[in-house]
Design a protein around this ligand. Structure first.
Ligand SMILES: [Zn+2]
Length: 318
């Protein structure tokens, strides 16, 4: 294997933004595989689901929102704690920032380390990083399991359907319209990042999403899924990647192979099927490392730091 540039440092090409209307109340801000933002417009207020990586990038989301409504942006929901999703939060001036208690706990435990790590991995995704306020983005409201918020007559349900991409994963659901904002639990034509994942739980959480029978779904990355067939494709693609990786890594561990050997084998097994998805080469070393940990001695993901990122990359990609 030739030496690859660390993570996504060589990915410099700007993506084209789409702002797709899913209903009178729901919109998807997507960008060809870059992190998505969901927008929910109620009778009296707007809710933003995931914020973009910086307040300057949030301004572009706001510009799109202002083309469809002048209602105040009152709520920001964090689907999970990753910096690329949360560091734009201050840009919206929302009254409330909502996250699960598990996400709050992860921000306390590893938010600072994650911020430094993510900015180092993917500089393009942190445009105008100097606009990010110092410190962490703190939720002002936390919940456990389920929370219902009414935007006038429109009900939004925030739910933890199980662990997967992280332990704090939260989805936003419009029950009357059957529209789901999944965060990184579901990706479409984009590689799931699984460096902080729970591989054995993730497929069950996807079952819980499927049981809601969404008619539209905004994934964490990739195009908005606007038919039940597309939703099914998003769910099965994500499930296939997670399950195939777990099976490959588990077999390698059972055969007594070390991480390096398991990585090279798993890369070769998954590349023909998933190698065309965006950020495949970025994610694979982190994903296999976490998967190997879960299959051996780490029930919970270990904290990634900027230093640990580099050491891991040097070990697996040299
Ligand atoms: Zn994430």
């Amino acid at each position: 294997m030739s030496t690859k540039a660390f993570a996504s440092q060589a990915d410099l090409e700007e993506k084209r933004v789409s702002f797709v209307r899913l209903s009178d109340n729901a919109y998807a801000y997507t960008a060809e595989g870059d992190p998505n933002t969901g927008v929910i417009v109620g009778d009296d207020a707007v809710m933003v689901v995931d914020t973009q990586a910086t307040p300057v990038m949030a301004q572009d989301v706001i510009r799109h929102i202002r083309q469809v409504t002048d209602k105040p942006i009152r709520y920001v929901v964090l689907s999970h704690y990753h910096a690329v999703r949360v560091l734009g939060a201050s840009g919206y001036g929302a009254e409330h920032v909502i996250a699960s208690r598990d996400t709050y706990d992860l921000i306390v435990e590893r938010g600072e380390a994650d911020k430094a790590s993510e900015i180092g991995r993917f500089p393009r995704l942190f445009r105008a990083v100097e606009s990010v306020p110092p410190g962490m983005t703190w939720p002002t409201i936390t919940f456990t399991g389920f929370m219902s918020i009414r935007l006038g007559s429109l009900e939004v349900q925030l739910m933890q359907l199980g662990r997967g991409h992280t332990k704090g994963d939260t989805v936003a659901w419009l029950p009357e319209q059957k529209i789901l904002f999944s965060g990184d639990l579901v990706e479409f034509d984009a590689t799931p990042y699984a460096g902080d994942a729970y591989f054995q739980d993730w497929p069950r959480t996807l079952d819980a999403i499927a049981a809601l029978e969404p008619r539209a779904l905004v994934p964490g990355r990739g195009a908005a899924l606007t038919t039940s067939e597309q939703v099914a494709a998003g769910l099965s693609g994500t499930r296939g990647f997670v399950s195939d990786m777990w099976a490959s890594v588990k077999a390698g561990v059972a055969a007594g192979k070390d991480l390096n050997a398991v990585y090279k084998e798993t890369y070769a097994t998954l590349a023909p099927k998933y190698g065309h998805w965006v950020i495949f080469d970025h994610c694979m070393p982190f994903d296999v490392t976490r998967c190997y940990d879960e299959a051996t001695q780490h029930a919970d993901p270990r904290i990634w730091t900027a230093e640990r990122d580099r050491q891991m990359w040097a070990t697996l990609e040299s």
